[in-house]
Design a protein around this ligand. Structure first.
Ligand code: GLC
Length: 427
């Protein structure tokens, strides 16, 4: 008998388990990734809550002294991935990458407490100071002038690596003559037309070189680094996670932290307005040095509901855009608006659908009273896996599975939706 999809998803989590943490998929991504692990915890929660907590806790094994939870932890050197620990030069133990990724761990931790038992509460209590330090890092180092708008210093920090959102920041960059030769490993595993181009990779490595050479001095990188943009995904994930952290702080009676978090929330709610584009009818990316907005809707724009960002009129406009874009696709929600130039249905974050984004988008749409849109997104997410398997991402027009197979977060979100995790999430 063929195993059910839920059984297959469980088997994928087990196969990708390296003992306390999972790899996103074997081969292509042989290390621990920050937000992948937060979502993986949701999948483990379907059958092993202790293992779910381990997955979140191990994200913080790599936490830096300044509070940053890095985007990759390199527990052992694996030559099948580039750029590895030597290129990053983090000088930390374990070695890590030099920047972060969208902060979703506090949101998942709150959810585990809300749906759990005293044991869950204990784990969250022990984790709270680490979460708090990480959020403080975002507010301090990515918004040093306290504008309420957090920046990213590398497209990889957004988790949406090659989205056209980053084109203005990447085009403005000069690639140094001494960048050196390198051998990418990602295209050994996946078709080059489903991955970022060489032009893009040169610029990714230009930023890493700058970071390594200044010893990952994040004040300096924010001020003088080759790339500085604001990302609706990071901004909205952080706003949401701040609210969830506040909920935990209340529960643990941490009054001083509560006040701090309340200030962050108030500031970021104002700051998010700097991402609004009338032309696009939504919140979009912004190049920080020139102030240029990228006037196009992405799946990250749709996280405004999840964050509780925007006025009622802005949210109504965004819901209207969601309907129009879904009308263009067999499967939602695409990572780039198909009505815009630059849409590529198979290339990574330039069009394809990603399960984790859909999970967050649907929670937000439900909370904002758009149950029909939320149901469509959840249905599409499950249908994609049913049609094509547990791929890294999917073609929004055909449903083809793309990128790496047997993918941890796609399996985890399948299990979460199967068990209706987050279906009735509190706002
Ligand atoms: C890619 C994705 C990123 C993810 C990583 C591991 O870099 O863009 O969001 O965390 O792969 O799955």
């Amino acid at each position: 008998m063929t195993p059910s999809l839920a059984e297959q998803a469980t088997a994928i989590l087990r196969v990708n388990d390296r003992g306390g943490y999972t790899v996103p998929t074997k081969g292509l991504y042989p290390y621990q990734w920050n937000w992948d692990s937060a979502f993986a915890a949701l999948g483990f929660a379907a059958f092993d809550r202790d293992r779910a907590w381990r997955e979140i806790e191990t994200i913080f094994d790599g936490q830096w002294a300044d509070g940053m939870a890095p985007h990759i932890i390199f527990r052992k050197n694996d030559p099948s991935y580039f750029p590895g620990p030597g290129i990053w030069g983090s000088n930390t133990e374990p070695p890590t990458s030099g920047h972060s990724q969208p902060p979703v761990a506090a949101t998942i931790a709150r959810w585990l407490v809300e749906t759990g038992a005293p044991a869950d509460e204990k784990r969250a209590h022990a984790l709270f100071p680490k979460l708090m330090a990480w959020h403080a890092w975002w507010h301090r180092y990515r918004d040093p002038d306290a504008t309420g708008l957090v920046s990213i210093i590398h497209p990889w920090e957004s988790g949406r690596d090659n989205c056209p959102d980053w084109d203005p920041g990447m085009q403005a960059m000069t690639v140094p003559d001494d960048l050196g030769d390198y051998h990418r490993r990602d295209t050994d595993w996946v078709d080059a037309d489903e991955r970022p181009t060489h032009w893009t990779y040169d610029r990714y490595l230009t930023i890493v070189k700058f970071g390594r050479e200044c010893g990952w001095d994040h004040e300096r990188i924010h001020r003088d680094g080759p790339f500085l943009m604001a990302d609706p995904c990071v901004q909205f994930a952080l706003m949401r996670a701040d609210r969830d952290l506040h909920w935990l702080a209340e529960r643990f009676e941490r009054d001083r932290d509560r006040r701090t978090i309340r200030d962050w929330i108030a500031r970021d709610t104002d700051g998010a307005q700097a991402l609004w584009s009338d032309a696009a009818g939504g919140f979009v990316a912004r190049e920080m040095r020139s102030g240029t907005l990228v006037h196009a809707i992405t799946n990250a724009s749709m996280l405004a509901f999840y964050a509780g960002a925007g006025t009622p009129a802005q949210q109504a406009e965004l819901a209207d855009q969601a309907r129009q874009i879904l009308g263009e696709c067999r499967f939602g929600f695409p990572s780039w608006d198909p009505r815009q130039p630059g849409f590529e249905q198979r290339r990574y974050w330039r069009g394809p659908v990603w399960s984790v984004m859909n999970w967050m988008i649907a929670i937000g749409l439900d909370a904002a009273g758009h149950a029909d849109l939320a149901a469509r997104i959840r249905r599409d997410t499950q249908a994609l896996v049913g049609q094509s398997g547990f791929f890294e991402y999917f073609d929004p027009l055909t449903g083809d599975g793309l990128g790496g197979p047997d993918f941890t977060w796609t399996a985890a979100i399948h299990l979460a939706l199967d068990q209706e995790f987050g279906a009735a999430a509190a706002a």
